[in-house]
Design a protein around this ligand. Structure first.
Ligand code: GN1
Length: 451
């Protein structure tokens, strides 16, 4: 039988990465085993594919043009009702699942631990995960069918995430309907195409981006679980949006009506430099150009009405048809390559912190599946009820701005339900998602979201 060591040795020779075993002879048996295991976990095929297809110049954006969106407010009352009913029908039939990409840490927010465990300082002190769980519970109860919830973690936060759910009794969610799986990692690669070491027995690794989600679902059995349950649409979202309407029936209804393989919910950018990807057409195919890659000429370009030409913000709120996910779970979407300063251990065993970018970090983006869909449904909504991300400790997209948006939204629900405005003056209003998902049920009148 070929030993693990022999397999690892054969791989590093085959792919010309012998430096990975440079320190091997001098390691303890435990460290040797650790290093061999991490070599065997690397996806050399994918790394090689990326190295061989690396563009010589920075990734060209391609031929970008604007994409058409359906404005929710432009549908008439009857159409809106039909879409909503359609969404509820699918929820009732158990045909919708939710996927949160939650591999990030809260470090940029000054929070120790997974981002989803962050308390943004609401009166209830609910974490991001709890807000999401309760919105799903609300819909599941009314649909009479529990929405399966898939949580993509990263090797950095998997254990902590599981512990948080367990300690909080899954926030009342049924444990049998929660599925946790880890996203993959990619090694840092230097300018000669060599994988870097972080220590004598450790490869320099980082999460490989949210574009690994479908491959990771396949590897972990989450995709099989989805199929076994008969789920037809997967609602994809980022962990950091405080207002996220998880498994939104309205969005599901619109996606199912047009029945394109992918649907995306967008809002208009507040300013050209807002840090959001833009939904557009690239070389004639639906696409997102990430904010880090959008050239200034496109960022500021205006249409004939003087509006931003590329104003449709990617909120990372998508619906993917499950047959499309299955078809593409193993499709090699491109890596986005960031040139960064990455500390590494040199061949003398000295840990080196470069002062210039020295290596490449590789990430896949989930929206790079968009061009593989023949068409994309784009649903334009209003920001106030959809998007309050927490990305920074202070200033824009911070806990303070997200709290404020939630208070204002919930105040507007009470006003619409007939509560006199003087009763609401200067109060912080937080309504539990267990009471209302989107403002419905706060008076005797039946709202849009009622099934
Ligand atoms: C790779 C990726 O998913 N990028 C997304 C994602 O950005 P982050 O800065 O990675 O959180 O969420 C943004 C919305 O919050 C969206 O506009 C952007 O395109």
């Amino acid at each position: 039988m070929v030993s693990k060591w022999e397999q690892a040795r054969a791989l590093v020779v085959q792919y010309d990465q012998e430096q990975l075993l440079h320190f091997y002879p001098q390691l303890t048996a435990a460290s040797q085993a650790k290093l061999v295991d991490s070599i065997l976990k690397l996806d050399f095929n994918s790394i090689n594919h990326m190295l061989n297809n690396r563009p010589s110049a920075p990734d060209p954006v391609g031929d970008v043009s604007a994409i058409q969106a359906w404005d929710w407010d432009a549908f008439d009352r009857q159409e809106q009702e039909e879409f909503t009913l359609k969404g509820w029908e699918l929820l009732r039939q158990g045909k919708v699942g939710a996927l949160v990409v939650a591999g990030g840490q809260g470090s940029r927010l000054g929070h120790q631990g997974p981002k989803g465990t962050f308390d943004i300082g609401l009166p209830s002190h609910k974490s991001l995960f709890q807000l999401q769980a309760e919105r799903l519970i609300n819909l599941s109860k009314r649909a009479g069918f529990t929405i399966p919830w898939y949580v993509m973690t990263s090797p950095d936060n998997h254990e902590d995430t599981l512990r948080f759910f367990t300690e909080n009794h899954y926030f009342g969610y049924s444990q049998a309907d929660c599925f946790f799986f880890e996203q993959g990692v990619m090694p840092a690669i230097d300018e000669r195409g060599k994988i870097l070491m972080a220590a004598e027995d450790e490869i320099s690794l980082a999460p490989s981006g949210n574009g690994d989600c479908f491959a990771a679902m396949k590897r972990s059995g989450a995709l099989d679980d989805l199929k076994k349950r008969g789920v037809e649409w997967l609602f994809y979202y980022n962990v950091d949006n405080v207002l996220i309407k998880v498994a939104d029936p309205v969005f599901i209804g619109v996606a199912a009506h047009f029945n394109n393989p992918v649907a995306t919910k967008v809002i208009e950018k507040v300013e050209p430099e807002e840090k959001v990807g833009v939904v557009c057409l690239k070389n004639g195919h639906p696409a997102v150009v990430e904010y880090t890659e959008l050239p200034g000429s496109l960022m500021f370009e205006q249409d004939e009405l003087g509006r931003l030409k590329y104003r449709l913000a990617n909120l990372s709120i998508q619906l993917f048809r499950v047959d499309f996910i299955e078809q593409h779970a193993q499709t090699e979407i491109p890596y986005h390559i960031a040139h960064k300063k990455i500390p590494f251990m040199n061949s003398q065993g000295v840990l080196t912190a470069p002062d210039q970018p020295n290596a490449y970090k590789l990430e896949r983006h989930h929206f790079d599946f968009f061009p593989l869909a023949d068409d994309l449904t784009v649903l334009l909504m209003k920001r106030d009820a959809e998007f309050a991300p927490v990305k920074n400790k202070e200033g824009v997209d911070s806990p303070a701005t997200a709290r404020q948006m939630l208070f204002e939204l919930h105040r507007s629900w009470l006003l619409a339900a007939g509560v006199p405005s003087e009763k609401l003056a200067s109060r912080e209003i937080e309504i539990s998602p267990l009471v209302s998902y989107a403002g419905e049920g706060l008076d005797s009148d039946q709202g849009d979201y009622n099934e």
